[in-house]
Design a protein around this ligand. Structure first.
Ligand code: SAH
Length: 353
């Protein structure tokens, strides 16, 4: 099914055949600047709006919207054509907002500590299904006077396993929704052909690599795709990316108690970071709980000690704030499960059916 945000401007013109070019441009402006339903663009002819709504349906049917962190984190659960479900997370800050979007329904990478990985792969998302997540979240942000400043491909799925659709979406988010490439981040488990492809693309987006272990034996266990794309080769692909792009690469490191938070892990990680120029920046968060993984996240005290160790060994690291754990909206918790998993909390989330 072709949905509203799947079409290019020329394809839109073909769908609205007979409409003059300036009308097509007005519709495009409606889709990417005004947002909302065509119904509300009342300066456009009613017949044109009706035709658009009928021929290009939206891709995302809302199932639930959950709120936590005193209203500052919003998780959307959507149903897609065919019945699969995906999630999008909007994080509101004082004067801006970040949207975390999904690139696949489910994920085939099978990282044991990740709820999406535990659930397995269902299907790729189309470019329109990806873009519409940003559009819907932007509408929600506008309603509370925030501007979406950043988009991160850190929701469900492996973006570099769906590179073509992800790239089309990036171009739309950049060219039509108006975000600069430096405010778009693609996070990958380390699919080397995807990273190489990305290096040839014209926009210099940020690249985040989910490293989590800096030796192959441990990474093979935590991130199974490492058996195909081991650390040395991955670092090589990152170096090539940096050689083409005036950007930093960041490494994601979910800290797992007693597994990857030892002093030796910090030393190995710092060694890997220093192989890149400029050195990679490490983002640390304690592992978030998921149903299928028995090990706990490191204590915050240990996370900070680990950060200090990294700095002592010559790497830069930031401890990232955790958002949305109480509504299963935090990193690695997206599973498109039923909202009955939600518990009432002091900050009070809501579930809207
Ligand atoms: N597949 C891509 C995009 C997912 S991004 C990737 O792997 O990068 C989600 C980030 O959250 C990744 O860094 C992922 O490794 C991390 N993550 C997964 N499960 C987590 C958990 N339980 N706690 C903290 N981070 C987790």
């Amino acid at each position: 099914m072709t949905t509203r945000y799947d079409v290019s401007r020329d394809e839109l013109a073909a769908v609205l055949s007979g409409a003059p070019r300036y009308r097509v441009d007005q519709v495009w402006n409606g889709l990417y600047s005004r947002l909302g339903e065509p119904d509300t663009w009342t300066d456009l002819p009613r017949a044109l709006r009706a035709e658009l709504a009928a021929r290009l349906p939206v891709a995302l049917s809302p199932v639930t919207e959950s709120v936590s962190d005193k209203g500052d984190t919003v998780k959307f659960l959507w149903e897609l054509d065919g019945g699969s479900r995906i999630e999008t997370v909007l994080m509101l800050y004082r004067d801006r907002a970040t949207v975390c979007i999904s690139s696949q329904a489910g994920c085939a990478m099978a990282c044991g500590f990740c709820a999406t990985g535990q659930a397995g792969f269902t299907r790729h998302l189309s470019a329109g299904e990806i873009v519409e997540q940003v559009v819907r979240a932007t509408e929600r942000a506008r309603a509370v006077d925030r501007r979406v400043s950043n988009v991160v491909f850190m929701g469900m799925g492996e973006p570099m396993a769906n590179e073509a659709a992800v790239w089309t979406a990036v171009e739309r988010i950049h060219g039509d929704l108006g975000l600069s490439a430096r405010h778009i981040t693609i996070s990958t488990v380390g699919i080397i052909p995807g990273i190489r492809k990305l290096a040839e693309r014209p926009l210099p987006v940020n690249l985040a690599v989910s490293l989590h272990a800096a030796n192959d034996a441990l990474r093979d266990e935590l991130v199974p795709i490492n058996r195909r794309y081991p650390i040395d080769d991955l670092v090589g692909a990152c170096r090539d990316y940096l050689a083409r792009r005036n950007r930093r690469i960041s490494f994601e490191w979910a800290m797992i108690d007693g597994v990857n938070d030892r002093d030796s892990d910090a030393r190995e990680l710092a060694d890997v970071c220093r192989r890149l120029r400029p050195t990679a920046h490490v983002n640390l968060i304690p592992l978030n709980p998921t149903p299928g993984y028995p090990t706990r996240g490191s204590s915050l005290k240990r996370v900070h000690e680990f950060r200090d160790l990294l700095e002592r060994f010559g790497a830069n690291a930031t401890v990232r704030q955790n958002r949305g754990t109480e509504i299963d909206a935090a990193c690695g918790q997206l599973a498109a499960g039923q909202p009955v998993t939600l518990r009432p909390t002091r900050s009070g989330h809501t579930v809207v059916e």
